[in-house]
Design a protein around this ligand. Structure first.
Ligand SMILES: Cc1cc2nc3c(=O)[nH]c(=O)nc-3n(C[C@H](O)[C@H](O)[C@H](O)COP(=O)(O)O)c2cc1C
Length: 409
């Protein structure tokens, strides 16, 4: 492999927008950001998300070790389809950040060069805590190898025509977290996203993100910082921005369960007397079966193939409040089998389930007509989190082990 890496001197100042200049002039000062999500922040989802207020979106993580191989067309096209020109299309899929995981600066640079003309920045994943990341030595497992992280970021900073950004998890102490963030900035990251959870906080141990650590990071660096973690409702976004002082809020799970998480957020403050009018609740929490059908329409109209697993994952999450009640539909959805090469032909099976769900949810909504939606909101006893009427899109939150214990379950 030909080495094209320039000497990675910290003093090197490439002619490209930096920090706040990049954030404001190139990205348009985004505050509402959709997280990188493997098999879930794919093109179709990004289109839907932008319609509902997302101002910046990250692609799912791409593994540079695989993507670097130009001969592996299947991996390349499945992860960033350059053939149809829809991914990273300046009119419909921007601003966009393409995220990679890597542990080899040269592989990362060569991979990033392939997409640099199709996005605003390239992000380095320093947060993935999964076993597969441990085996592959990437994501949060690089967290203890600051020299390598510096090289990875600085190589892109010096050699790429667009900025490099980084997304990371916190350490057990504020001091180490802040030192780490400063190192990322020194290496050349122009925006950093701080996920306020430790590497160990995953699966049933996910728990809450620590906004205090995010705040400390924001105060310690002079580049824009996005806060990530604990965003379920629109009201959490304002709270997070206030608590952390961050420039933007990134959401993953909250936005997957309710793609309208950011919809119309700047139109009405949380303390406005009409905040909980039916109209405003429906703007923030549209009917989930309608969103599912809209998503399928997007999958249908794209030339770029959407993976079957992505579609299925989205439908299960968007319609979750309905599926936990309508168990026959949940079973039906689980049983749909589609040939990955003929996705569009198979979409009718998914559509049939969503349409049936829509019919049942519209029936329930009609039966509740006359009662303001805000009076139909209940509280989940273990977590104390609001539960919207079951026909509306809404977050799903697993109780933390502490909450379960306190509740005696
Ligand atoms: C389905 C799914 C896929 C994810 N894939 C990625 C990924 O590709 N890259 C990454 O940096 N983080 C990934 N994450 C982590 C999220 O980006 C985010 O940091 C984490 O879920 C915390 O945010 P949340 O509390 O809003 O969910 C993923 C999360 C989920 C739920």
């Amino acid at each position: 492999m030909m080495t094209q890496i320039q000497a990675a001197e910290p003093s090197t100042k490439p002619q490209k927008p930096t920090g706040y200049q990049f954030y404001r002039d190139v990205l348009g000062s985004p505050k509402y950001i959709v997280a990188p999500m493997v098999d879930q922040s794919e093109l179709a989802w990004r289109r839907l998300s932008r319609r509902y207020g997302a101002q910046l979106i990250y692609t799912p993580m791409i593994n540079a070790k695989m993507f670097v191989d130009a001969g592996n067309k299947t991996y390349r096209t499945a992860n960033f389809d350059l053939i149809h020109g829809e991914e990273g299309d300046p009119k419909t899929d921007r601003p966009l950040v393409v995220q990679f995981c890597a542990n080899d600066p040269e592989q990362l640079l060569i991979s990033a060069k392939v997409v640099e003309g199709h996005c605003e920045a390239v992000d380095l994943n320093l947060g993935c805590p999964q076993e597969i990341a441990k085996r592959g030595y990437y994501g949060s497992f690089l967290q203890d190898n600051w020299d390598l992280i510096y090289k990875l970021i600085n190589t892109l900073h010096v050699n790429l025509s667009i900025p490099v950004t980084a997304k990371f998890r916190v350490f057990p102490t504020v001091e180490k977290t802040v030192e780490y963030a400063k190192m990322l900035e020194r290496a050349g990251a122009q925006i950093i996203t701080c996920h306020g959870r430790l590497r160990e906080q995953r699966g049933t141990n996910t728990g809450l993100a620590d906004w205090d650590k995010i705040k400390a990071v924001k105060e310690a660096v002079s580049i824009p910082v996005f806060a990530n973690g604990n965003i379920l409702y629109q009201s959490d976004i304002d709270a997070c921005l206030k608590a952390t002082g961050c420039d933007g809020v990134m959401s993953a799970e909250g936005q997957l369960y309710n793609p309208a998480l950011f919809a119309g957020i700047d139109n009405i403050p949380v303390d406005h007397p009409d905040y909980d009018s039916d109209e405003n609740i429906l703007r923030r929490h549209p009917k989930h079966a309608d969103l599912a059908l809209e998503y399928l329409d997007i999958v249908m109209e794209l030339e770029t193939t959407t993976s079957v697993s992505a579609i299925k994952g989205h439908l299960f999450k968007i319609m979750r409040p309905g599926l936990v009640r309508e168990t026959d539909l949940r079973e039906k959805l689980g049983k749909v089998k589609i040939d990955g090469k003929r996705v569009k032909e198979g979409l009718k099976w998914y559509r049939a389930v969503c349409e049936e769900m829509k019919e049942r949810m519209d029936r329930d909504a009609k039966a509740a007509e006359g009662t303001p939606l805000k009076d139909l909101i209940t509280v989940e006893p273990i977590t104390g989190i609001k539960v919207m009427p079951h026909w509306l899109a809404q977050p799903y939150f697993r109780p933390t082990p502490e909450q379960k214990k306190a509740y005696g379950t």
